[in-house]
Design a protein around this ligand. Sequence first.
Ligand SMILES: NC(=O)c1ccc[n+]([C@@H]2O[C@H](COP(=O)([O-])OP(=O)(O)OC[C@H]3O[C@@H](n4cnc5c(N)ncnc54)[C@H](O)[C@@H]3O)[C@@H](O)[C@H]2O)c1
Length: 541
Amino acid sequence: MALDLTPEQKATGTGNFNRVVGKLAGADQHPFPTRRDFMKGLIGGAAALPLTAAAYYGYNLASVRGRPVRAGLIGCGDEGGVLTSEHNPEFVNIVAVSDIRPTNLDRIFVGEGISSRRKGLNYFYGGNSRRNEIKIHEKYQDLLDDPSIEMVIIALPLNLHYRAVMDALAKKKHVLCEKLMAWSIQQCKEMIREADKQDCLLSIGHQRHYSMLYAHANEVVQSGVLGDIRHIRALWHRNNTNNPRQVTEGGRTFTAYGNDGWRKEVPAADRQALSDPEKLRAYGWDSVEQLVRWRLFRRTGGGLMAELGSHQLDATSIFLRKKQPLSVTGIGGKHFYDDEREVEDHVYCTFEFPGKNYDPRIRPRDESGNCLHNDIVTVTYSSVSTNGFEAYGECVMGSRGTMVVEREQAAYLYGLQGRSTEVTATTAGGRPALDASASTAPAEKRAGDVGAASVGSNVSYGYREEMEHLAYLIRNREGANAADRANLKPRCDGRAAMADAIMALTSNIAMRLQRRVEFKEEWYDASKDDTPERDLLERNT
Ligand SMILES: NC(=O)c1ccc[n+]([C@@H]2O[C@H](COP(=O)([O-])OP(=O)(O)OC[C@H]3O[C@@H](n4cnc5c(N)ncnc54)[C@H](O)[C@@H]3O)[C@@H](O)[C@H]2O)c1
């Protein structure tokens, strides 16, 4: 996401980002928060400057060495393949898998090639001969019955997160479940309570919590060099309109598109294996089409806000110090496709977030309609399915600078002088700022600093780290006292992930009701039964 930035401007922006991150890491005087301050916040103690993601996030291999956590993978589809590819067998050993589609069970072993995003289990654990050593279960409950499995990685469609997580927790497994946490906030709350009750860890796969790029981007935001942040623009744009063809299905004729990843063809082998409707229903599905295209339907998916928007609202809320939004308005609908989908193909949502000095007692306007001052940050999110211009990312706009994070892979930073000017962080005049005159030093690049030179380079998205960290937590809880155990929790635990789910699912409700919705404090409290769906859809308050 970089609008019309030229390669030269991107290089300047990357240099600026690296230089400022390097400067902040070395800063030891206020008003800059230092890397050490962040480390204290992250791991509860002073630490040396981090060199690796593990050090940065406060974990290590030492406590796991020789005893990787035994894990089962439930859901071997696209994301299960990515997580397999990213797992580090020094921390996590995948000893069993479960899926109901034979094609995906094949793919999880074979992968899509060693330079692809899905390397396959054979790549990590040896060729086909090893396949016998990793247990394969059609029913995930059989995997959960294995007492030697300590942790499960759940990469199932959204409608099954709740059931599978509750089943896993009941068997005392620690859980990493993919985002969105659950289909409803009531389900999120029950999952949190069950994890607490079973004394198990529940981590949710919003990987930006473990991305070094986002960690450094957040340092930049919190340092104050961007000035007064009034607006964040987040987006995920794609063009899924290639190769149109007429299709007749279920008595209807409509246009389908070759590159529409949400409406894939059903492989013949899966159709044959799942031809018994009773069996399919027992696995949670009305039809094999629904299983393969689960994102299109409201019972099984959560639309663009759940699938894409939740990631970027997660990033936005990290930048805004995890404050919950005040309100959301949105427009979204089925504006392009005429197929069987029940969810939006275009969404445009606007959020009001409270700034540092927001005062809830102040009304937006007086009786005459005059605006009254208050500290509010406006966040816009758009997801477009018909035009991939700008791709995806977040643009943080402050009164003294702009930061763009593009495709989880690169960050660019600019001061007021524009997109071609080198800047670095200063505290001239007693306040943090971006200064062109002090930027003659080359961009500082340290191990672990990740302002990528170009999008597509090998910056970690955070998947690997989220699994490593969970394994570290599991091993460190062993024999720890209650106080230490309480501090050993995933960076995106159930409560953090529920806040993301509240933003995504409440946006869906705002679009459905076509009105401005205000967020309620009680929705964020797992011990209370108040939820957006109950308050807004059932009680209509
Ligand atoms: N963190 C990220 O960036 C990211 C990216 C993509 C997807 N995801 C999430 O990952 C999850 C899975 O998405 P996906 O793209 O892999 O979907 P997918 O359809 O490709 O894979 C889902 C798999 O679950 C299997 N499955 C369905 N019902 C089952 C059952 N009862 N028992 C066992 N297996 C069953 C399916 O057969 C399929 O192989 C979703 O929650 C999605 O939102 C996260």
